[in-house]
Structures are given as C-alpha cells and as structure tokens.
Write a protein that binds this ligand. Structure first.
Ligand code: XLS
Ligand code: NI
Ligand code: NI
Length: 476
C-alpha cells in the first residue's frame, strides 16, 4: 500500500478505536467530562468487572470469593463482622508503582496526571465504585491522599473540605472510614518529625493538621483515628533529646484525647507501631514498646493499637506475637493486613496470601472476640509489575479470601479441640491447690522452698511442639 492508503487506513482504525472508547463507559481522562460533576455521575471506572460474589472453594473465577462469604456465620458471628475489611486509599488509588529506582508503572484510565481538586473528586468516585463492587463497607485514608496540599493551611483545608463533601455523599449510609489519619511525614516541614520535631512551629502545624483530620473523621463517621509516627523517631541519638521528644509526643496525644472529647468523636484512637523506615528508630517500635509508652504517660485507657503485620516482622517478631502482646495488654484495636517478603528486609506491603500466617492472625482475632470497632485495613499494594486494573480487584479478593479461610481454619481448630487441649495439659500442674496459690500471688519464697524440698527433683514433660504444629497444619 502507498503512504496515502496506509494513512487512510490508520485514520479509520483510529476513528474506530476512539469511537469504541467513547462508547464504553470508562470515565474519560478529561476534567470537563461528565464524570467531574458529582450530581450526574453514575460511575463506570471498572467496566467489565462485576460485583464480586461468593462462589465457593471450587470456583476458578479470579473475580469471585472462594472463602469469604460475608453473611455466613462462623463461630457465632457473620464473616463480615469478624473481618470489617477496609480499602486503603493511599495504596489502591495513589499507588503508582514508582520506587527509588524507577518511575510509575500504573496508568489508570481515570487519572489525568494532575494533582488537582477535580482529579481528587473523580478519583474518589473510582474509590467508591471499587468499594461497592468489592462489597466492603470500610475505607481508610490520610488527609493528603484524598485532597491536594496547597501553599497555606487555610487553602489546604479548603481543598480537603471540598473532596470530603464528595466522599460524604458517595459513602451513603453503608460505607464509612474504618479510620482516618493525618499524613505527618511526606512534606519537608516534617523532616524532623511532627509531634517530636525540634521546631515548635512544626509541632503546632502538626497539631492543626490532626485537629482538622479528627474533625473530618467525626464528620464522615469514622470508627477510629490512627497515628502512625513515620518520622516520630530519630536518625542518631547524638543530636536528639529523646526524653524531651517522647514527652512532646505524649503531650500531643493528650491534646488529641482532649480534642476528641471536645468534638464528641466516639472513634477509638489507635497508635500504629513500626520499628523503623523512614526513621532509623521509630518511637512506637512494637506493641510492647507502645504499651509501655501509653502506660507511662497515663494514656493506656485512651488508646489501642493498630498492628501492621509487615511492621511487626520488621521489628523481629511474628505478626502473631504482636497481636498476642496487644491482646494481652487489652489494646488490640485493629490490624493493617499486609505481609512482608521473607527474603526482603523492608515494608513491602504485600497482600497477605499465606494461609498459615492468616490462620495465626485469626486465632488472635477470635481470642480477642473480634476487632470492632477496628477491622482489617489492607495496607497493601500491588507489585510494581502488576499493572492491570483488574489486578486491584484480584489482590483484594486474594487478601480477603486468605483471611476468611484463616477464620474457617480457626473454627476447625477450635471445634477439633486438640490444640486447646494440648495447651491446657501443658499447664495442668498449675491447676492444683499450690498452682492456684501461686497464681493468686499467695505463695512466698519460703513456702515454695518448703515445697521444692518436699517434692524433690521435678519431672519435666515434653512440650510437644511438633504435635502442636501437626495439629495446626491439619486444619489448614
Ligand atoms: C507505613 C504505614 C502507614 C500507616 C498510615 O508504613 O503502614 O501506611 O498505616 O499512616
Ligand atoms: Ni506500613
Ligand atoms: Ni499501616
């Protein structure tokens, strides 16, 4: 074909493609399009993706639940009430796949490449279409994820209000934030921290930002409010007054408690521990460190913990360990359901797909009687190389199914009873008169010495670890 013929053919083909795109219901990346107006928007950011339904374990459909059946009762509660799954706005709608070595890999069709308020509103509509299709009732966000920063605090708050109004409308009556948080780590002003910054002006700015985010949380009916202190820590102790910074952080939290009461916000305040990244050392290292901090400053009754599994493994524990530590301290509030890579040393924020880990997580959740008003927030992102829109659904479905299957496994373990029995038997020597005396704090050293002399060398039975592991595995 000659050049002219080829051009005509290409033009025809292009016309066909453009026509097909215009015909499809994908919201065009055009700020003046109908999608930009909340009133007339009907939503079709995910054409071809149906409402995700439960099809049972034999289903091969990647866009269906195999284990998560929202209304099915397990251990006396509906699955959806055990799980309270939440979509994390920052990963699902602001994650681009960029990493320190490479540019963005995800180019969602609704994004126009701007960080404008109009784009923020359109993105919010994509968020709610996603949530509705997934069939969950919760979402989580940082203030700056959903609306752009502006040169002044007043303008930034105005942007925030504009997008929040759209979110409020789209939430309807069924969907609410599981939690809201203020982003006190991205902007350069927070390079030394927010509540622990060496600069009083930054402390005040952080307080103003949290105050506003708490008001928004209250307005949107959030169940919780989270503090993740990404930069509340230090890079070196040589330039740091750690005592003073910890005192400041406590004052900040005390002010948050007072403000929560003042505005009548009933959500739980949560601290999310993490050992490091981006700081070398973050003050809320792990559950035990956070519990100690809360007790020292008289905040233990006002805060619970949001345990993130990938953070826990960074601190050298298993997720199960920190869930149990929080639970035993009465402060297991919520979970950021993600997982790290066993061979990679940072917060890779992967969806939890490991059944064994999910079952242990659910063991703690069941022992805790559930997480409400907390829940499971997917603080997890697609891999950089996963670039299809449907991958967003597949990832969430996989994460939900894994935890749902974990819950089913826990039910099996509890019904079978042999693991509970193994543990009971292991401690049965304390189910005696002397054991009861010890546990009641009524056995002093002289009394115990008398018993030791009387009993002679104690018999020490097997711990039965392999048997415990065998029973556990048989429930998976
Ligand atoms: C980062 C944290 C963060 C919090 C919310 O590692 O997990 O995403 O969950 O600020
Ligand atoms: Ni994290
Ligand atoms: Ni998190």
């Amino acid at each position: 074909m000659k050049f002219r013929e080829i051009s005509v053919l290409v033009l025809c083909l292009l016309g066909f493609v453009v026509g097909a795109i215009a015909d499809s219901h994908t919201c065009p990346a055009d700020l003046n399009s109908e999608c930009s107006h909340s009133g007339d928007w009907e939503g079709d950011f995910f054409p071809g993706i149906p409402k995700i339904k439960y099809e049972g374990p034999t289903s091969k459909n990647p866009l269906a639940y195999k284990w998560y059946n929202a209304d099915e009762e397990i251990l006396g509660k509906k699955m959806k009430d055990w799980m309270r799954f939440s979509v994390a706005y920052w990963h699902t709608f602001r994650g681009t796949g960029a990493d320190p070595f490479g540019a963005a890999t995800k180019h969602w069709p609704w994004e126009d490449g701007t960080n404008s308020v109009a784009m923020a509103k359109r993105r919010m509509r994509a968020n709610f279409e996603f949530i509705n299709k997934l069939g969950v009732e919760w979402w989580c966000f940082h203030d700056r994820d959903i609306a752009p920063d502006a040169p002044t605090l007043e303008e930034t708050n105005a942007n925030f209000d504009e997008v929040v109004a759209v979110a409020k409308e789209l939430q309807g009556t069924k969907i609410k934030p599981l939690w809201v948080t203020a982003q006190l780590f991205m902007h350069p002003r927070y390079m030394h921290g927010g509540a622990t910054s060496s600069e009083v002006g930054v402390y005040a700015y952080a307080a103003a930002q949290v105050k506003k985010a708490m008001e928004v949380a209250h307005y949107l009916g959030a169940a919780n409010y989270v503090f993740w202190g990404g930069r509340e820590g230090y890079q070196t102790l040589l330039n740091t007054d750690m005592g003073r910074e910890l005192d400041h952080m406590a004052r900040f939290f005390q002010a948050a408690v007072a403000y929560k009461k003042k505005i009548g916000f009933n959500g739980t305040l949560l601290i999310e521990p993490k050992p490091q990244e981006p700081t070398k050392h973050q003050y809320d290292w792990d559950a035990a460190t956070s519990a100690n901090f809360l007790r020292k400053y008289g905040l233990i009754d006002d805060f619970q913990l949001n345990i993130e599994c990938n953070h826990v493994t960074l601190s050298g524990h298993s997720c199960h360990h920190d869930l149990e530590t929080a639970r035993l301290n009465g402060i297991l509030g919520s979970i950021d359901a993600n997982t790290g890579d066993p061979q990679v040393g940072w917060d890779t924020d992967q969806f939890m797909m490991d059944l064994s880990e999910a079952t242990m997580v659910m063991l703690s959740v069941v022992r805790n009687g559930g997480l409400a008003p907390g829940g499971f927030n997917f603080d997890a992102k697609l891999r950089r190389e996963s670039t299809d829109v449907e991958d967003l659904f597949i990832a969430h479905i996989g994460g939900m199914d894994t935890l749902a299957r974990g819950l089913r496994n826990v039910a099996k373990l509890l019904e079978d009873g042999s693991l509970t029995e193994l543990v009971r038997k292991r401690y049965e020597s304390f189910d005696t008169e002397i054991g009861a005396q010890i546990e009641a704090g009524k056995a002093d050293f002289e009394f115990l010495e008398k018993k030791a002399l009387e009993w002679g060398e104690p018999k020490v039975p097997s711990a039965k670890q392999e048997l415990a592991e065998m029973i556990f595995q048989s429930a998976l």
